[in-house]
Write a protein that binds this ligand. Structure first.
Ligand code: GLN
Ligand code: ZN
Length: 764
């Protein structure tokens, strides 16, 4: 019998119950008891519906009020000292680590967050050192297993494995210089043993141990640690299903196949080609193979025919009892259910599967592969074949004009007319910016009034014309403020944007939007990624009216503001029938037209943001070059259509450039702004070391906190930067957009920024 399994489930609840409850708790409007009650209800609902959808192996222990890695740290006593002794309850310590806390005399910043592999989910980074004393403060997996058991549902608990947990962590401040988190393995294993033994004692049959780092290059050097860890854990644990996801195992399968594990899960959506290798390696063992054939990362309906082929191949090699059909990863990265979508057309609805629909898919596939004679299963199979055929048919109806345009891209379209040194001179004449030009990253505070106006427009309570008037007033406000405070290169403030990707997706052809397809980004923050369903094109200018209105009311130069092709692609659900490269090219051509239209409208500086370019890097290094080549090319395709006199800008929300430095240079933006305020000077040294040649604005203060930087702080920051970056290349700006900030701190901070820049110019 082939069993079905789901590796993890969204935590938000079908009606965003958890987001609402957590935020209400933070606001002091909900008690701990009521928060826990909301959590219990959502967990119960998930387990019950997975059971109803006939999933055999239902996960527990994967629920979280904030983040599963943070849960793990809290349970294992990995709590940095700064959160201890503040008089907070354990739950408040947990939330303080996740999001910081500034109330009643307590003022602690949050722990660092990092992107979870190549997804837009962020985890809270564990801080480890020689002084870390692991202790099992509570056993979340056991608690949830017991909770489910109490309502008659037997689950398979999920835990994050010891090696991935350590490797995903970082050295705490107090750690010695050459401390490596993995060195704590001997210290953490006894705690894992305790945890697993408790599960076994409670009658847990099998446990899912997530070791996602096994798909990374660096796991190759951890073979001994894996051998030691699993030799110690296996004897005391329930049967271990070792789970890997998001990429291929490559040669790591060689040592994995020798581990004392009951099962192994592989991602066959991201890496279908690895099946043969894995089968070869485990054929002669007793390892059960869990096939991740239903995507946990995208929302397209699974193609049963293809999945069955892979399933059959595995059955032929291993026998049906050693095969499980599963989601490729946790369903955390997909929305809860299609049933909540009331506005999709029946045709569109037929294309997609969200988490609950995916649960049905794994169950149906398992039944098919087990040779079920149930007529309902046969019908489901036929229906799937029809849906897939219809979708393929739709996919073939490509937009010929767009395809032709992509095919006729010529090499010169990727390059500006002249090199940067020439452009810089021409731009200086045109823009007349002073030395140390001051500017911002684009957005200004998204106030309640702005959000209310947008909501009213959505509900039809105000007309399109009234809304446009309102936005114009907002633009005027932002422009007048920038003039008053003395910024040099202005922006219009992005008041018209709900989100930097959604705003463009809504205006481009080829996108579909949902009402409730929320996916967790971090903590209680959820995003609703648009879905790319067909060839992308622009039906008309998207931002020109805002930028030219803004320019029309000021003599200072206005900077146009767009989101780049790679970022739009990365923060959407992409098509899976054509390459990411093609989708990015199509986006780039649409944006290229917009850039040219902005130039025609006398916008002489244009910023194209690419904060997601790094996040899109493939997990395996050997795949990087191919990605970086098209990612950089498509950015250039979007921006290179303008004359020398137009200054192009780009912005990156991170400071980790070592790996992709030459690609940043190759973008050839006239100016880039980067997050820098939190990092040390190492970053700028990197720029110097690689001889970065274009202009650069290292963020002079951190906009992620309401704190106002003093003029002196900014001056110090500038001075230190000037030791490394030549003055003639320097821009002065905050480190990201201001949309999440309030006006008060924005005004004060930018006044100090301008004062510091003026001082640097010697004109103060
Ligand atoms: N222009 C955008 C803004 O200022 C950039 C946001 C980002 O980098 N994430 O909001
Ligand atoms: Zn940013």
């Amino acid at each position: 019998m082939v069993l079905s399994s789901v590796l993890g489930f969204p935590r938000i609840g079908a009606h965003r119950e958890i987001k609402k409850a957590v935020e209400a708790y933070w606001a002091g409007k909900l008690s701990i008891e009521d928060l826990n009650k909301a959590a219990t209800e959502v967990k119960k609902a998930s387990w019950t519906s997975l059971q109803k959808h006939k999933v055999d192996l239902i996960p527990s222990g994967d629920f979280s009020l904030y983040d599963h890695v943070l849960d793990h740290s809290a349970a294992f006593n990995v709590i940095p000292k700064r959160y201890i002794g503040l008089g907070l309850s354990p739950l408040d310590v947990y939330f303080a680590m996740g999001r910081g806390r500034q109330a009643e005399g307590v003022d602690v910043p949050a722990c660092e967050m990092k992107k979870w592999f190549d997804s837009n989910y962020h985890y809270v980074v564990p801080e480890l050192s020689e002084q870390t004393e692991f202790k099992l403060l509570y056993n979340k997996a056991l608690q949830e297993y017991t909770e489910a058991k109490a309502i008659g549902i037997t689950t398979r608990p999920v835990i994050l494995g010891p090696i991935s947990y350590l490797v995903l962590g970082k050295a705490a401040k107090e750690a010695s210089a050459n401390f490596q988190p993995i060195s704590l393995l001997p210290k953490i294993l006894p705690i894992y043993k305790q945890l697993l033994a408790q599960l076994k004692e409670a009658g847990v049959e099998s446990v899912q141990v997530d070791e996602p780092i096994l798909v990374l290059d660096k796991a190759a050097e951890l073979d001994k640690q894996y051998a030691t860890a699993f030799a110690e854990l296996s004897p005391v644990a329930p049967k271990i299903m070792l789970t890997t996801y998001f990429a291929r195992l490559d040669s790591n399968i060689k040592f994995i196949a020798k581990l004392p594990i009951a099962g192994l899960h592989i991602d066959l959506c991201r890496a279908p080609g690895q099946l043969d290798d894995v089968l070869n390696e485990i054929k002669s063992t007793k390892i059960i193979l869990s096939l991740g054939v239903v995507s946990g990362r995208n929302i397209w309906k699974c193609d049963f025919a293809a999945a069955i082929k892979q399933g059959q191949k595995a059955i032929d090699a291993l026998g049906a009892d050693r095969v499980i059909v599963a989601t490729s990863s946790s369903l955390l990265h997909t929305p809860v259910t299609l049933a909540s979508e009331k506005k999709l057309t029946p045709q569109q609805k037929d294309w997609f599967s969200f988490a609950l629909e995916k649960a049905t898919e794994v169950a149906t596939l398992a039944a098919i592969l087990s040779g079920s004679q149930d007529p309902a299963i046969a019908t489901a199979r036929e229906k799937n074949a029809t849906s897939i055929a219809k979708r393929r048919e739709f996919e073939h109806t490509s937009d010929d004009a767009v395809r032709k345009r992509v095919d006729s891209i010529t090499p010169d379209m990727y390059h500006r007319k002249s090199p940067f040194s020439t452009r810089k001179e021409v731009q200086a004449k045109k823009l007349q910016l002073p030395a140390f030009p001051t500017t911002t990253i684009g957005s200004f505070p998204q106030t309640k009034e702005i959000r209310t106006a947008r909501a009213k427009l959505g509900k039809g309570e105000i007309t399109e014309a009234e809304y446009e008037d309102f936005i114009k007033q907002e633009i005027e406000l932002v422009v007048r403020f920038q003039e008053k405070v003395g910024l040099d290169l202005l922006v219009h403030g992005e008041a018209e944007r709900n989100d930097m990707v959604q705003y463009f997706g809504e205006q481009l052809n080829g996108f579909v939007f949902t009402q409730n397809a929320w996916v967790q980004s971090y903590g209680s923050r959820y995003v609703r990624p648009p879905i790319i369903v067909s060839d992308v094109s622009r039906s008309g200018p998207m931002t020109v009216r805002w930028s030219s209105y803004a320019q029309s009311i000021t003599k200072k130069p206005m900077k146009g503001m767009l989101t780049g092709p790679v970022t739009i692609l990365n923060w959407s659900f992409p098509r899976d029938d054509v390459s990411r490269k093609l989708q990015s090219q199509q986006l780039a051509l649409a944006l290229r037209d917009e850039v040219i239209d902005l130039e025609k409208a006398s916008i002489n500086a244009i910023q194209v943001d690419e904060p997601a370019i790094r996040e899109g890097l493939p997990l395996r290094r050997s795949d990087w070059d191919e990605y970086l080549e098209w990612a950089v090319d498509t950015f250039k395709l979007a921006t290179a259509g303008v004359s020398d006199a137009t200054q192009t800008h780009s912005h990156f929300c991170y400071s980790d450039f070592d790996d992709i430095f030459s690609s940043i240079q190759r973008l050839d933006a006239d100016v880039i702004s980067i997050e820098f305020s939190k990092s040390d000077m190492k970053l700028l040294h990197t720029f110097k070391q690689y001889g970065y040649s274009n202009q650069i604005g290292p963020g002079v203060y951190d906009i992620h906190s309401p704190r106002v930087p003093s003029e002196q702080e900014i001056t110090d920051r500038l001075k230190a930067s000037l030791e490394i970056i030549p003055a003639r290349l320097m821009f002065v700006n905050p480190d990201c957009g201001l949309k999440t900030r309030g006006w008060k701190e924005t005004e004060a901070s930018l006044a100090n920024l301008v004062a510091a820049a003026r001082k640097a110019r010697g004109s103060a």
